[in-house]
Ligand binder design. Structure first.
Ligand SMILES: Cc1cc2nc3c(=O)[nH]c(=O)nc-3n(C[C@H](O)[C@H](O)[C@H](O)COP(=O)(O)OP(=O)(O)OC[C@H]3O[C@@H](n4cnc5c(N)ncnc54)[C@H](O)[C@@H]3O)c2cc1C
Length: 409
């Protein structure tokens, strides 16, 4: 049995950054990253953007050149899925029968795409967008694809819709709620994106329920909706969220549910086991300390840094990083800061018709978040308003001639 001082499970953004941050924190012991994907750690956001579009080669998505991992003294154990953890013995077991011992364990396993459960969910032509392998399968089918149905109007579904429309496909977005991005953004932003997609020929259908995927010759050929309508599509993309990959930890008693619970220092309830990134359920100060998981590169990187410091024994305040995120669709660059969950007021700053504007979200008068479309200055300056929970005059927040930084003081 091989032993590493730190074993990191998951070689995504969080796992890779944890290894780097451990070295930055002067941890000199042995470190291994055990990841189930075949590739060394790579950037995930381009998968639904430039990589799907054929504009960014995979090599440019690597988080570090492969040889740099060896230079850092980090052992990459790719293509291995951890299936069990023994917190008493300090070991993890992989699907191919290996056992690795650890001093500290960092669980950074992210999540797996939520799948449909209806008839036809597993047909050829039905895809999720989570890994390079997922997107390579889509790219291989594109030459034979004329029509695409995207199930789920969240960021990933909309990004894929934008790319595939630009590639000349006839795209239909099917959303169960009465607006796209309903889970993450205010209504004005949803309506803006619906209009942008429709203006480019995307059919956006709201309030629809998927009944099953229709098959022809063993392949997907369409999506049947409740009520009987069929949306023809040779490719079906399912973008309905993720299921956090935490089962091996919960099975041995780690606290959690929809994720593994961690404290402000990314410690799980099990000794010497930390969790970070998409799978970590944490009390977030920007969500009124509600227990949430954040699915963003920022959160993966910030929690990785916190866990590394905790392992290194560096005294540091708990995680209180301001959440931020981005999404690219067509020529629209959306940047968000803060969390708009629970807002009671959304102020439109600027004119959506000019395709450069922001939404400023307030809760009880305080600025809690901004969604900025082609408005990087607002994103940069708005951060201080969110970080400080600033109370500002709504009329000034909505006035583009007033720089947000002037309201932060
Ligand atoms: C298509 C797409 C576009 C996105 N766009 C954006 C964006 O524009 N901006 C943004 O901020 N965020 C974006 N995100 C979200 C962002 O990529 C994630 O929040 C981030 O990757 C989370 O990092 P993570 O390390 O927690 O999880 P992941 O990156 O998912 O990495 C987890 C790794 O662990 C592996 N794993 C899982 N279970 C096991 C196991 N049992 N054993 C071993 N390995 C395991 C997985 O295979 C995976 O490689 C996007 C995500 C996707 C899928």
């Amino acid at each position: 049995m091989i032993r590493f001082d730190v074993v990191i499970v998951g070689g995504g953004h969080a796992g890779a950054q944890a290894a780097i941050a451990l070295r930055q924190a002067k941890v000199t012991g042995s470190i291994a990253i055990v990841g189930e994907e075949a590739e060394p750690p790579y950037e995930r956001p381009p998968l639904s953007k430039e990589y799907l579009a054929g504009e960014k080669p995979f090599e440019r998505m690597l988080l570090r050149p492969v040889e740099k991992w060896a230079d850092l003294g980090v052992t990459l154990l790719t293509g291995r899925r951890v299936i069990a953890v023994d917190p008493a013995a300090h070991t993890v077991s992989t699907g191919d029968g290996e056992t690795l011992a650890y001093g500290d364990l960092v669980w950074a396993a992210g999540g797996h795409p939520r799948r449909l459960t209806c008839t036809g969910h597993d047909l050829t032509g039905v895809h999720s967008v989570r890994t390079r392998a997922d997107v390579d399968r889509m790219i291989a089918e594109l030459p034979d694809t004329r029509q695409v149905a995207v199930i789920g109007g969240g960021y990933i579904g909309l990004e894929a819709a934008a790319v595939l429309t630009r590639l000349g496909k006839k795209v239909t977005v099917l959303e169960a709620q009465d607006r796209v991005l309903a889970r993450v953004a205010g209504e004005p932003l949803s309506r803006f994106y619906e209009a942008e997609h429709r203006a480019r020929g995307v059919v956006v259908r709201l309030g629809v329920t998927v009944e099953c995927i229709e098959a022809r010759d063993g392949r997907a050929c369409g999506v049947r909706l409740a009520g009987g309508a069929i949306v023809s599509a040779e490719m079906v993309i399912v973008g309905i969220g993720i299921v956090p990959a935490v089962e091996p930890l919960l099975r041995v008693g780690a606290a959690g549910g929809n994720g593994v619970a961690v404290d402000g220092h990314c410690r799980t309830s099990l000794p010497h086991i930390y969790a970070i990134g998409d799978c970590a359920l944490h009390a977030n100060v920007f969500a009124d300390a509600a227990s949430i998981r954040l699915e963003s590169v920022q959160n993966a990187n910030d929690q990785a840094a916190v866990a590394a410091k905790t392992i290194a024994g560096i005294e540091a305040p708990g995680n209180a990083a301001v959440p931020w995120f981005w999404s690219n669709q067509y020529d629209l660059r959306l940047q968000t800061v803060g969390l708009s969950i629970g807002h009671d007021t959304a102020i439109v700053r600027g004119d959506p018709a000019e395709r450069s504007f922001s939404l400023v979200y307030l809760k009880a008068g305080r600025v809690i978040a901004l969604d900025c479309v082609n408005a990087t200055r607002d994103f940069v300056q708005g951060r201080a308003l969110v970080a400080g929970g600033v109370v500002a005059d709504p009329a000034l927040l909505g006035d583009v001639s007033v720089p947000l930084k002037s309201l932060a003081e």
